[in-house]
Every structure is written in C-alpha cells, then in structure tokens.
Write a new protein. Sequence first.
Lengths: 56, 1087
Amino acid sequence: VDATPVDSVLEDWLVEDRWWTGRPVRRRYLELVLENGRCVLVFRELASGRWFTQRG
Amino acid sequence: MLVELHSHSAFSFLDGASHPVEMAAAASELGYAALALTDHDGLHGAMEHAQACAGVGIKPITGAELTLDDGHHLTVLCETRTGYRNLCRLLTMAHATTRPVPGREPQQPYITLADLERHADGLVCLSGCARDGAVAARLERRQDAAARQVAERLLRAFGADSFRIELQRPLARHDRRRNRLLSELAGRLGVPCVATGNAHVHDRRRAPLQDAFVAVRTRTTLDESEPLRRGNSAHALMSEASFRERFRDYPGALQEAAQLAERIEFDLGHDLGYRYPGSDDAEADRKLAELCTSLLDQRYDGRASQSVARARLGEELAVIRGLGLSGFFLLHRDMLELAREVAVEVRGPSTARALLPPGRGRGSSVSSIVCYLTGLSHVDPIEADLHLGRFLNDELTALPDIDLDFPRDIREQLIPRVHERYGRERSALVCAFATYQVKGAIRDFGKALGLPPGEVERAARGADPWFVHDVGNELWTAVGKRARSPRWQWLGQLMQEAAHLPRHASQHPGGMIVSTQPLIDLCPVQPCAMEGRQMVQWDKESCQDAGFLKIDLLGLGMLSAVERCVEEIARVRNERIDLSRIPLDDKKVYDTIQRADTVGVFQIESRAQMSMLPRTLPADLDDLTVQVALVRPGPIIGGAVHPYIERRARKREDPSYEVPYDHPALEPVLRETFGAIVFQDQVIEVAMAFAGFSAGEAEGLRRAMSKARNPDSLKPYEKNFIAGAMANGASEEVAARVFQQVVGFSGFGFPKAHSAAFGLLAYQSAWLRVYYGPEFLCGLLNEQPMGFYPPDALVHDAQRHGIEVLPVSVQLSVALCRTEGSAIRMGLGYVNGVRSDDVEALVAERERGGPFRTAADLAARCKAQRNTLERLAWAGACDDLCEGSRRRALWELGVAVPGFETDGGVQLALPLDVDAPELRQLDAWERLVADYGSTKVTLREHPLELMRPDLPETLVASGALVKIADGSRVQLAGLVVARQRPATAKGVTFMLLEDEQGTFNVIVPPPIHDACRLAVRAEPFVVVDGKLERRQGVINVVARSVERLDRPGLPVADVRHIEPRKAWSTQEEGADLRAVAPAAHSFGRRG
C-alpha cells in the first residue's frame, strides 16, 4: 500500500449494498497491517476492479 | 464430503428467501451429501425439506435455530428419534406464550437455557450463529467470561459428543477475530469446532429478496435497515471450493461437520409412529359391521333398493376390512356424534333448526354407503348411482378423505370440543401457509424500497390480484415512465421472486389431526390467532406425508344461511321446514333455475353458471349434479362443456339423436354426461373401461394429473393408456385423443359424489328462495360474507322480485336482519363501525323500556358511545325519531349525549334546551352516499337511476338489451358487482354490472383489458362500449372499451365527516362516491 509491503491481513469482508438504487455498492474490504506497523483499510470496487484506501 | 448444518428457508418467515425445494435442488447441484434445515423456532418446512432432499438423494437433517429468552440463538439438530421428540416439545414450549392477546400479532417465541438442558437428549447443539449466537455474540461484545460460562453449561447439558462450537464466515467485518476466539474457547473446553454456512438463500441472485424481507419484517426501508441486513450475498448455499476458501484456517471444522452429518441417524421421512384413535381396536371391524347393518335395516326397510344396498354394504365393508380402516370410519362417526351434541347446544333442542342434521358430507366420501348410513353423508349412493372407486378401492395406499361441512356457528363450537374430547395434547388444527399475494407484495416491497406511498397504493389497487407475471405492465400503468427507475424495476422482480413463498403461518379452515399419542411428540404445536385453538406446524401436505389422519370440519356459509332461513320461517310463519322431506321435483323451482333466476342460490348463482342454465335447462337433481360440476376448470379445459350443452340440447329436441362416442367402451361410463368427461370419477372410469387400468392405476393417473404440473410425469401413464386402449380394440389415434381429453381434465373437477351433495344443497336453497324469499334473503344477509354477490346486489335482486327491504331503525331493528311480515328489516349490525355490544344494549333497553321517544331519550337510555349514535343517525336508523331527517338526528344526538369519557374522567353534558336550527334534508345523492358509507347497501334509488338524466342518450339501460339485435353496438353504464379472471379463460375478464333495471354480463378480451386495466380492475362505476352477443337466450356484451364513469359538476353534500366526503365524480382520492361504493367481488386464480 503506497509502496509499503503488507505484513498481515487482520480482517477481510464483503459489502454488497444499495442494489435497489442506480448506484449499487460492491466492495471487498481488507484491514491490513503494513510492515511499518501502520494499520490501513483498503477496498476494491468489484465492478471496476480498482483499489482504494479508506481514509478517516 | 460437503455438508451444510445450518440453513434457513422461507419457513423462517421473512428471514430466508428460498423454498426448501429450491434449497434441496441447489444443494444437489453443488454436490452436498447432507443438508440441515434449521429455520427459526419452527419445523414448518421440515417435512417439505425431508421430502425434497429424499427426492434428490441428499441426506435431510432436521433441526431448528432456537431463540433464547435473552434473544440469543442456538442451533440444534435431531440425532435420534428421541432428539426429534425433544425438539418438538421445546418448540411447542417456545410458542406457548406467543399469543397472550388472541387476535393480535404473535410475539417472539423463546425458550430458556434451563428448558433446553431438560430436553437435551438425542439432540446435537451447536453454539449458534455469528451475529446472535449465544456464544459468538458474547465474544463479539467482548463478554468472554459470559461466553465461556454459557458454553460450559451447554457442554454439561449435551456432553462432549453432542456439543460443538459453531464457526461461520459470513464475510462480515469481525469474522477472523470472532472465529479465532471461538476456536480458542473450543480448545480450552476440549470441544471440536464445526463449520456452517448459515445459508438463507439457495443462490446469490436471491439475496436481494432476503434483504427486502428483513426490511419488511422490521417495518422499515432498505435504506434504513443497513445494520439489520446481512450486508452481502455470502449467505447463499456455498460450493465446496467456497467452503474450503472461507474456512482454510479451520480445515478440521469442515471435517467435523461432515462426521457429524454422517453420525445423525434421524430421518423425518420415516414412520413417526402416528396412530389415530381406534386404529388399533381389534373389535373395530365387528363394531362397524353391526352398526351399519342395523342402520341399513332402518333406512332401507321396505324399499326396493334394500337388497342392492345390502350387497353394496357387504362389498364396502369387505374393502374397509381389507384396508384396516374400520376404526377410521368409527372415528369419523364419533366425531359426527360429537357434532350432534354440539348442534343441540348451539341450536337449542326445540328450534326449527333442530330438525336438520348437524352437518353433511362433501367430496368423494359421499359415494360411500357406510358414510350414508353412519350420517357422514346425506346422499343415498344407491339412489344417486354413485360409485365407490374414487373414494375407496383395494389398492388405496393413503388414508381416504372424509370432509364434513357444518354451519359456521356449530363448527366454531365443535373445534374446541374436539380438543376437549381427544385431549389438547392429542388434537390440533392443521396449519396453512399464507403466501405473498400481488397487492400485499406491492405494498410491502414498495414500502421497503422507499417508493412514494401514494403511488404504491395506486399500483396495488390497480394490480390484478391473481397474476404476477405481468407486473411490469401493471406498474407502468400505475406510475408511467417512473416504472423504468431501478426501484420500481426491483419492485417487479422482488414480487415475482416472493410469489409462492410462505409469508406466515395461519390455521387451516378446519383440518384437524387427532392422535393416540401426544401430538407434541410428533410435530410442534402452537396457538392459533383465535383463542382456545392450536395448530401443528405442518400444512395438510406435510401432515399427509407424515401419515397423519386429517379430518376436515369445514364451515359452509350456505348451510348457515339455510339454517337461519329455516329458523326465521318458524319464527315468522310458525312453520317447521324439514329440508330432507321437501319435494325434489318442484316445477316452479326448476323454472326459476332454467331462467337463471338464481341470485343467492348455492353454486349456480355465478355469472358463468347463469349464462349456462338457460342452455342446459336442468330439470332434476341428476341434471343439477352435472350442472354443479360443469363450471370447473377440469371440464372447461378438457373441452367437455360445449359438447355436453350441444348434445343435451340435441337430445332434448330429438330423443332419437345418437350421442357419438369415440369407442363403445366409453358409452356406459359417459352416458349420463353425453360423452363428455365432467366428473373426476369419470377419469378413473374411462381409464378402467377404455384402457384396462386397475382401480389403483387409474387413481394414480388422477393424482398425477392433479398434483404434477410437469407433463413428463404423465408419460408412463400415457404409454400404458394407449397400449391398453389398443388392446381393447381402439385405434392409436382414438386412444391418443381420449387420453388428451382425460389429461385436459387435469384433476380440477368435482367427483360426482361431491356434486351430488352440492347439487342437493343448490336445489334446497333454490326451493327456499322460491317459496320463502324474504326469509332466505335474511339468511344470506346475516351470513355475509358468502357467495358471489355483495349484499347490495342481493337486496336489489330481491327488490326486483317484489320483496320490500326496510331501512335500519333504532325503533324496529334488532342486531341482525329479520323479516317483518313479507318485508325485511335491515339489522343494526349492518351499520359499519357500530360496536356489537352497543347494539345489543340498545335493543335490550328498547325491549325493557319500550320505544325511544326522542333522540335525547335514545341517547339517555341506551348508553351507547357517541360514535355509535352518530353512525346510526348517519345510516338513517334514527329517522323515525327526527321526522326523517338524518341531519337533525345528528344535531339532536350531538346535544343530547348525556356524557362521554375524556382523559380527565366522565364529562357530564349540561341539559341543553336548544332548538335545532333549520337543517336541509339530505337529497337523493347525499342519502345514497350516506347509505353506502354506512351500510354498503342502498334501498332507494340505484346510483345509475340518479346518474341517468345526465348520461348521454346513447347509453342504454340493461332492460333494453333484450330488444336489441345480436351483433349491435351498445353502450351501457353500471356499478361493478363482480369481476372474474379465471385462469382457464386465457386472459379474458368477465364483469357483472348492475344498473337500475338489473344486471348484465360484460366480456373483456385481453387487449381491451390491457388498454383499460385500471377501469376494469378498480373502478366501481364504468361505461362499456361493445357488441351485443345473444346465444340461446343468453346475452353478453363483448367490450371494445371500458372507461371510468365520470360526470363532473355534481353538487357535493356538506354533511359532518363521519364518513368520507362525497361527490361521485371528483378526482380527489377518497372524496367521492367511489370511496364508499360497495366493493365488487373479485374471483380468479393465481397464474
């Protein structure tokens, strides 16, 4: 993540929501511990295949 | 080995969105070796699950997810028969307190951990689901000590062999942490883990429906229910690869699940050990034979048919002995004797009704002389020429059905008495599962999707109540192009997926199970919505699969109406009518039947029947027996109706006319119906006489036709049928044609015995209507809802027959309608929203203290609530006290009410000596609106009579139709009395309309229906433009258009808003005559 290697996966989960709207959400989330000790939350938009980092 | 030990079906009721049959089929596709169904707090779908799994070669495991008193869940599986018995008892206990207030929504069933500990034997306990499990949920909340405490308690109760820690991987946020903690706990306890999927749907594509169910169940929207929903589609049945992927850190848990599944030996599909009372009585054969022989000597003494009857009894008793069913008949006889006792109590010993039997048989059992002699049927099978084969034969493999009809009041008392007689723990009603209907589905899912309530309601009101296939068009009609938006599109899809899935459990109308052993050891029992009643958690199909004997104690509205009529005749005319002794060949009665003057008559009053009667011209009971059976899907689809009508007419005109038969062997079995297959028994008889089938094979064919919609299931029968017919000398072509006629029948028809029973009641009701018209109408009005016509149409028909119907009156009416001389006085109970105890108190006070002198006197003496008095005044019931002015009655009652309850106590009104202001009388329109708003019946001007002066002259009244030539274009307006869209009619809708001169039929072809669907389905008043068709004295209007009847500018009555404001022509929702007009009856079949 941002060029920092992943040390381990803490949790992973799937969100499929808002299918009844014109903008359905399908995301695969990963809660990661990076080698620098930082914890980050990333997700992949399953429709586009793109990865994002969740902030805040 | 792939197994699933935790799954839910739609029998978890709004938490599970697939049918057990879908679950089993999907599991089979995925290669499962075993599938456990663990619905919430019930075994409602367990038998369907067992049967479905057996059908696809999967091991069914019976279980449930139990809710504890603290809201946590535990999964239990039945390892042995003892375990199953314990689960049934636990579930019965869980439901015992769910109905503290009868009639209200049931509360959440639950058990305590202590209950479970006492019933642990034979059960395997899993520690519960990820979200709410008794152990997992505590760990999730970081209550580690409490989680451990519960787990230790369960371990002590179930032992190390039968308690497992349950790991789930719903792909939710804290899965890994939770499973790590659960696994550590298992290690500390020395208990293995098992992996389960907690499937709620059979396929991921069904997941949206599961989400929508959660929103419906929690009465919220999808947008607002995010924390309550499962959050993704991972709750579908998993493939082996998915299982391995999700549980790759716990391979032992998968292995343990497979071992556990293998170890479980209980199979619900095997004999549960049910026995009905009397089944083990070694003396039953002798008792039944002695009883029947002595009754035969009484019934047939001196009659020519005595020897035939004796021979028939001998044959029947031999079949019954051979099948071991003597106890079965004695049990039914016992039930009828109980009904006789109840009938005496309900009717009173010296009433006119006391002459009538307590109930009567229906269905194929009416063909049995044993049933006739023991009182289980009222039709002499020798005289009516009824054959036994369909009901009883040597090859019978399941218990035959004996259905009994009772007047509603007797049946209401009989059901609790059966509980008393056989013991509450040994008797219960059968359950029925309400499925999603179109209108309800639109409302529920529309709300869940957050659609505008007004539009949802419009879509629901305009929707075809029976067909779900055409939802897209329905929604388009209701909301136009917005139907293309994702939410409306989803509404259509969710409705289609939910159709046929169970929504909740309710009681069967009268199917009862009685047992020699406690029922709660065989199936969980739960309280019904009605106080004092209880039901097993299985519907009639599951009960049949379990080998339970179901006795149908049905309520039949017409029997009640007939009894009321007989009672009223005795009261008014002092005549005691014994319907078993009335002449059965009364010409006047048959004349009215042949004229189709049959409004209110049992079975032959519908639009379809009325259009047929002038063509078939029934002239005796045998004809009526055929007539009753003719308008059924079987004869209609089988193409029997037109050949029967045509050949009957030709035979009537030319007695030497030879009816054509496809083969000589068919003549003896189809002679009475002129070569057409009208009765269910004729399917059997044709198969036997024409194709050489045995009785059992023929019954198998009938069942295959009635149950299996899959044409492949009939293939083996077709081959044997054609081969047998050809061996009998028929050509292959004829054999194939006759088979097609048989298959066309498809089982949806009456057995002759049933038709004979119903035909007799049709005649008896027609006889009462001809000779005791006012009393008969009274009976019908007091037993609503029943039959084809709403009360308003029944009253108008009676008025056209010269019967005077008088309005409700606080001075003269009682609660029910009753006859006054040759007229009928409407009952106070007909006024909407009036409390029955207020009415009873009012009548009692009038009888005690004499007629009311003024409105003030009424208000002071009867102590009814202000609301009741206002509603009575609005209905015109106080007109006698206020010079016929409803407005004045409202005024006077308003100032006269002595006191009414407020939050602070009873507020006493000061005696106001105020003269009523000059109040204008209601005009005819205002009175009509008030009548419909209060009683749904108008006794004076018909709405069309009031509208007529303002309608275009091109609109004719129904009375003119007889003079208009066939094929002419006509335009008519009318109030819709009934709508029908039978599945057999290929999309054609039939409407029965009424104007001030009578009723008329409108046939709406599918394209016209589609173009005018809102008017056809929802409008109470319509204008029809169409072509007049006249066939053998029957007139129909084939519609070219159906429009809402509109006429702007009518004055709006300005009266107090007790009922909605009125004016029949405004567009405003709920503010016109449409809002209060009597609702048409809609009939059809779900497509």
